[in-house]
Design a protein around this ligand. Structure first.
Ligand code: ADP
Length: 505
């Protein structure tokens, strides 16, 4: 049997689809996993940063309380002790950029800045109207200073005396700890005090936020975490995963192919085991189809014998020995002919052992065709036969060879049955040391995707088919050292048998 190449053999579309969908699943799972771990990283970082921020804000409260106490104990200003404490606070906490006392006198305010080297320093008089109004000593108020990315905390030390701490907002966050891809903003009310923006390479952003747990300094931290493509699908994970998945799919496909092949082999083995019985059963089965054709063939010799017998009887009355002899000879000839037909039929359906012998191709074919042509004619299917004149001898088991021809013509007839003008075309002859027999039809042909499968045992597209005809043909022809090939021609299907030829009868 010769197999034809088809595009689906070169590019296995089924596997391609499995590969692609596995790839998509792997990519989606990896992205989902990375996204989830990115989210949990974000929530961890937000929680830690909240704790860190709360600690710093609590430090401001502590400094205010300590400074207010020292200010109260130093009525004369500027005070060296306030300066000493303020200097150490600003030295250790650089985010506290300015510490000042503000004396409010009616509508004017006098500011003394502490903590600077060489301080304290008197600042210019201010208008008291710019200051927050605080009722009781200890009360605090906040003022954002967006242009300096800072905010002021005011605390009323005693009536007419305020303490002011200026906090740099950026200093509240440890910049080195902000992970790449994170954007962070610090807000006081609606005023943005500080923003750190990540590089804009992200394809997906998740936002979160928290309010500092300090009632005196209600800062709002907004965090946005961007995911870049490289983060969602890091190549160092993607490549091994894709390779692993491809390997799994490949192994699966190999396993599937191996089991399919094993099943084919098992079926083939069963078929071989049953082959002789199967071939015989096929021929007996075909007897039903051939019966009407055989009956038709027998009518001719029987009708001839009848008329010869009538002639013989007349010859008797006429006392014509010559006519009588002629009629009896005719009868003998016709009886032999009928006997040949019946003998052929009996040989065909016999369970005789296969026997390879040298026969003329035309003779073997004609015997096979005689058994089927009347049947085709009854179905209105034309059978065109062209057998080359050149002598061509083949070494075949005649009965098996006829069965192959019968099966192929039967299939061709099934393909054209009911088709107006449906025809089966058989050609035969020698070619390059081989005998070639082709059986073509004008039917719909064989679906290209099925071309490789029609020789498989039990493959059939017919509702009442067994799918054993072609595999049996292949086996029988292989036993005669030949091949069978199937292909689609412009008109329909074409089966080609090649047999070694050349021996003498
Ligand atoms: P069965 O005839 O019982 O189906 P076969 O092994 O003889 O079993 O044929 C297998 C299948 O091959 C058929 O069912 C049919 O689909 C396809 N086939 C065989 N010959 C032809 C043809 N001449 N034209 C179209 N299809 C064919």
């Amino acid at each position: 049997m010769m197999r034809r190449f088809s595009i689906s053999r070169i590019i296995p579309f089924g596997s391609l689809v499995i590969w692609l969908s596995t790839g998509v699943v792997v990519v989606a799972l990896l992205a989902a996993f990375q996204y989830r771990s990115g989210l949990s990283e974000l929530s961890d970082w937000t929680r830690e940063t909240g704790t860190f921020l709360a600690e710093k804000l609590a430090q401001h409260d502590a400094h205010m309380t300590a400074l207010a106490a020292v200010i109260r104990m130093s009525p004369a200003e500027p005070s060296a002790s306030v300066q000493g404490l303020a200097e150490s606070v600003t030295a250790f906490y650089p985010r506290i950029t300015d510490i000042a006392t503000i004396h409010v006198d009616g509508t004017s305010a006098r500011v003394i800045a502490y903590g600077r080297p060489g301080g304290p320093v008197f600042e210019a008089e201010h208008s008291a109207g710019d200051l927050p109004v605080l009722g009781k000593p200890g009360e605090t108020a906040l003022r954002p200073i967006p242009e300096q990315h800072a905010y002021d905390i005011y605390k009323l030390v005693e009536t007419g005396l305020l303490l002011r701490l200026r906090i740099s907002a950026g200093g509240l966050l440890d910049m080195d700890r902000i992970p790449p891809g994170y954007s962070v903003s610090l807000l006081l009310g609606d005023t943005v005090l500080f923003t750190h923006a990540a590089r804009a390479t992200s394809i997906l952003n998740v936002k979160t936020g928290l309010f500092a747990s300090n009632p005196g300094q209600p800062l709002h931290l907004l965090i946005s975490r961007g995911f870049s493509l490289g983060e969602l699908l890091p190549l160092r994970l993607l490549m091994p995963l894709l390779i692993g998945a491809a390997l799994l799919v490949w192994l699966g496909a190999q396993y599937r192919n191996a089991s399919r092949e094993r099943r084919r082999q098992e079926l083939r083995a069963t078929l071989l085991e049953q082959e002789a019985r199967l071939a015989h059963a096929g021929r007996v089965n075909a007897l039903g189809e051939m019966a009407s054709g055989i009956a038709h063939e027998l009518t001719q010799p029987i009708a001839a014998m009848l008329s010869q017998s009538q002639a013989a009887r007349r010859a008797l009355t006429l006392d014509r020995a010559d006519i009588l002899e002629q009629a009896l000879d005719g009868n003998i000839r016709e009886a032999k002919r009928a006997g040949d037909i019946l003998g052929r039929m009996r040989a065909y359906i016999s369970g005789a052992e296969a026997r390879i012998e040298n026969v003329a191709l035309a003779e073997a074919l004609n015997d096979a065709l005689r058994l089927i042509e009347a049947d085709l004619a009854q179905q209105g299917i034309a059978l065109d036969v062209t057998i080359a004149q050149a002598p061509c001898v083949v070494a075949v088991d005649v009965i098996s060879f006829q069965q192959v021809i019968h099966n192929l013509i039967r299939n061709a007839a099934d393909a054209v049955v009911g088709q107006p003008g449906g025809r089966v075309v058989l050609t035969a002859g020698p070619e390059g040391g081989q005998a070639i027999v082709t059986i073509a039809d004008t039917g719909p042909g064989i679906e290209p995707a099925l071309l490789d499968r029609i020789f498989e045992p039990f493959f059939t597209t017919k509702p009442d088919g067994m799918g054993l005809g072609l595999p049996l043909c292949v086996r029988l022809i292989e036993k005669m050292d030949g091949t069978i090939e199937a292909r689609n021609d412009a008109g329909g299907a074409r089966f080609t048998i090649r047999l070694p030829s050349g021996g003498a009868t």
